[in-house]
Design a protein around this ligand. Sequence first.
Ligand code: MN
Length: 152
Amino acid sequence: MDIETPPLFRSAQDKFRWDGVAHMPYKQDGSAPFRDISRQVLFHEDALGCELRYFEMDAAGYSTLERHEHMHAVMILRGHGECLLGEQVIAVKPHDLVTIPAWTWHQFRASAGEPMGFLCMVNVQRDRPQLPTEAELAAMKRNPEVAHFLES
Ligand code: MN
């Protein structure tokens, strides 16, 4: 199958997989700034200028703490956890909607007890994420709620 032009209909499989969608598992090593998170690109549509991806973390897994010029539009699909959004830590549950504006530090963490998965819409053309410097991380941790999130 041509990855660039998938069929118009692709059936859902069990366990948040889809026909014809490559499952990109963890590529973590000791230095990876994320843990136990997989990625599937559900749609890559140049005509729309966007991609829709599905990310899934194992229990206690987390996404990369990062920021960038492009924004994200997120819907939680399964599980529970927390989202760091700038200075806020937000408890999230299935079907919650999260808008991540440009240049806002963000990270998702699954709760200890269950996997968490979310849809994430993003521009096809986008800048590379920035990771925090030690100084930026220290500044974030001056907010006790953020510090608790980052150290959990
Ligand atoms: Mn991001």
